[in-house]
Design a protein around this ligand. Structure first.
Ligand SMILES: [Mn+2]
Length: 356
């Protein structure tokens, strides 16, 4: 297991690589080129520049999050072939820079949805939250909510240029149900997996967040059954998963240790997001919480134990953190609470190592 930390780059992140270097036990920076429009090729020289920057801080760069999928691919338009060719080239360019894992998602229009980015917790900290009654509103209201509360930062998957066209996007997805979306993922995988095999890169699909249908848009990766269906689409181990404990955990029916025990031994899990959430009621409304098991609804020890038992050797990173200690940055991506999460997860791991 190697501990990582997501970083938005020197132009887009208030956190410096030197700060990340000081978090005990961090080895990896999970990065991306955030300025390349979705669908375009990531130039090799820019990837190499990012790699050198990260390595100059004595950290490694082998996981990219995310190379987002153009909507034309998810909708299944004829123009998808051009975007798939670009994606293949991006895979080759990333591989040439030593990247081994590409995290991506296949969620229509919205990467992830929260209804409050500054939900106040009893201890005075703030966290991201999701309440079902809030998504009865128009998608446009949610877009305004996210944009107006992101402290001036662009949040991943919420690019204003793309969402300005949200009504057109909804129209384009009108005929895409779950079966069609699955067929479009299958088409994409069949085109890119041979390239991944050739370059020794593993794809790591991120679960849908939250793992339920929203605004009538279909979902593809909500639970273990969905994961089995995705494996059956293309059995290559290059067809892998990101296990995001928070996203999967947002459905209380999901047994995350069981999911880990199924897919880590198959060699399909190069990347894990560790996050705890707390259910606020039995309708599935939740807020994100500190990583400590007792602060949320997930048993983080049982999750780390399953990873340890199955010999997980990929990269794990704290997913989101709360805003604490007067920090006010990109919601969910502050330094302090994610660093606390790392220290806690490393403590669990050390105990598991020494006990075994
Ligand atoms: Mn995640």
């Amino acid at each position: 297991m190697e501990m990582g930390f997501r970083w938005y780059g020197s132009q887009n992140d208030q956190i410096h690589l030197a700060d990340i270097r000081q978090i005990p036990g961090v080895r990896q920076v999970v990065g991306a080129l955030f300025d390349i429009p979705v669908g375009e090729v990531w130039p090799e020289d820019q990837i190499i520049r990012l790699k050198h920057q990260i390595e100059a801080a004595e950290l490694k760069f082998t996981v990219v999050e995310s190379v987002n999928i153009h909507d034309d691919i998810k909708i299944g338009l004829p123009s998808r072939d051009r975007y798939i060719e670009n994606y293949q080239q991006t895979i080759r360019n990333l591989a040439a820079a030593g990247v081994r894992t590409i995290c991506y998602n296949f969620m229509p229009i919205f990467d992830w949805v929260r209804t409050n980015l500054h939900f106040s917790l009893a201890d005075g900290s703030q966290a991201l939250a999701f309440e079902h009654r809030q998504v009865q509103r128009q998608p446009q209201d949610i877009i305004h909510e996210i944009e107006n509360n992101a402290n001036g930062f662009v949040l991943p998957g919420w690019e204003p240029e793309r969402l300005a066209q949200v009504q057109q996007l909804f129209d384009a997805y009108a005929g895409v149900d779950e079966t069609q979306l699955a067929a479009n993922l299958n088409y994409f995988l069949d085109a890119i997996i041979p390239v991944c095999e050739e370059c020794h890169v593993q794809m790591a699909l991120h679960p849908d967040d939250p793992p339920r249908e929203l605004f009538g848009l279909p979902r593809i990766y909500k639970n273990l059954a969905d994961m089995n269906r995705i494996v059956a689409m293309n059995p290559s181990t290059a067809n892998g998963f990101t296990i995001c404990t928070g996203s999967l955990g947002e459905n209380p029916q999901n047994d995350i240790p069981a999911i880990i025990r199924e897919f880590v031994p198959q060699g399909r899990v190069p990347f894990v997001h560790a996050r705890n959430i707390k259910f606020m009621n039995d309708q599935g409304d939740f807020h994100e919480s500190a990583h400590l098991s007792s602060m949320g609804s997930l048993d983080m020890f049982a999750i780390m134990q399953a990873l340890h038992e199955t010999g997980f050797s990929g990269v794990i990173r704290p997913d989101h953190g709360r805003d604490i200690w007067h920090e006010s940055g990109r919601p969910g991506y502050g330094l302090y609470d994610r660093a606390l999460g790392i220290t806690y997860l490393n403590g669990l791991w050390e105990a598991l190592e020494k006990q075994s």
